[in-house]
Design a protein around this ligand. Structure first.
Ligand SMILES: Nc1ncnc2c1ncn2[C@@H]1O[C@H](COP(=O)(O)OP(=O)(O)OP(=O)(O)O)[C@@H](O)[C@H]1O
Ligand SMILES: [Mg+2]
Length: 266
């Protein structure tokens, strides 16, 4: 069974034009699925609707029409308990590694917060020592030293902050990461390190990824399959290598031509 099924999903927002309010459709009849263990790359230019689709999968906004199923459960009809379980199973990592971190919290509190919030469902230990030990383990898995736990986000570089975000996203042992432009705000070489970290974490923890980017080479490097969005519509979906070698749509060819090659570091 697919882990995520997006079925004929639409999203419209009201827009005021003079005295009238019209609906503006930003996602139109989008369908795709994500299989366990794969990386689906979602690519398209700015404003094509990628983040809107991601937010509907995360259950942060509801589709205007159509449905989203995660692990077989229709988000629109999920009970509160089911929704809490699904929220643990899918975790987002967003573009701006600083905006996502509360500047007043220490890294220890940032990465252990999910355990405290979901404590009743997971039964994880809450003693200070137990949390510290698990947090140190988590940081190690993203390439950061235990000493980071006592520090605040502003004491880290952009790449390190994104590692902290990834550590927090992994805290509840999710099955699915929704990676929305996770390296777009970083220098190329730092971004490449994060991309390779994501690849090894995926192997280690059998993770499923939705990887969103406007960079075709990056999407190709990471993805099993690729879905191409243009102005709210899905114009082409296919196996990553096949789609890049023989794109069917002019828009896909344009995206392939527009972006430079991958940095040699990957
Ligand atoms: N809450 C909202 N209200 C009104 N319009 C919105 C809202 N959220 C998104 N939009 C519009 O929907 C369209 C798609 O936005 P979205 O953020 O999904 O694009 P994107 O593909 O993620 O772009 P980017 O690559 O720049 O992140 C845009 O035109 C945006 O202005
Ligand atoms: Mg976006």
């Amino acid at each position: 069974m697919a882990l995520v099924e997006v079925n004929a999903v639409w999203k419209s927002y009201p827009r005021r034009t003079g005295l009238r309010t019209e609906l503006r459709t930003v996602v139109q009849d989008v369908s795709f699925s994500i299989e366990p263990g794969e990386t689906l790359g979602l690519v398209g230019e700015s404003g094509s609707g990628k983040t809107t689709v991601a937010r509907m999968i995360l259950g942060l906004i509801a589709p205007t029409r159509g449905s989203v199923r995660v692990d077989g459960i229709d988000l629109a009809h999920a009970s509160q308990a089911e929704m809490r379980r699904l929220r643990r199973q899918m975790q987002p990592v967003f573009q701006d590694p600083f905006a996502a971190l509360n500047p007043r919290m220490k890294v220890l509190d940032i990465v252990t917060e999910p355990w405290i919030i979901h404590h009743r469902d997971t039964g994880l230990p809450r003693s200070r020592a137990a949390l510290h030990a698990r947090a140190a383990e988590l940081l190690k898995s993203v390439g950061l030293d235990e000493s980071a736990l006592a520090r605040h986000p502003h004491e880290f570089s952009g790449g390190q902050r994104q590692r902290i975000n990834i550590a927090r996203a992994l805290a509840l042992r999710p099955r699915l990461l929704i990676l929305d432009e996770p390296v777009s705000a970083l220098d190329v070489s730092v971004g490449a390190q994060i991309v390779n970290l994501l690849r090894s974490l995926q192997r280690e923890h059998a993770l499923t990824y939705l990887f969103i980017s406007h960079s075709m080479p990056l999407v190709r490097y990471l993805s099993t399959r690729i879905a191409v969005m243009e102005r709210g519509r899905l114009v082409e979906t296919g196996e990553a290598e096949q789609l890049c070698a023989q794109p069917r749509e002019a828009y896909t060819r344009q995206l392939l031509a527009a972006t430079p090659e991958l940095p040699a570091i990957l």
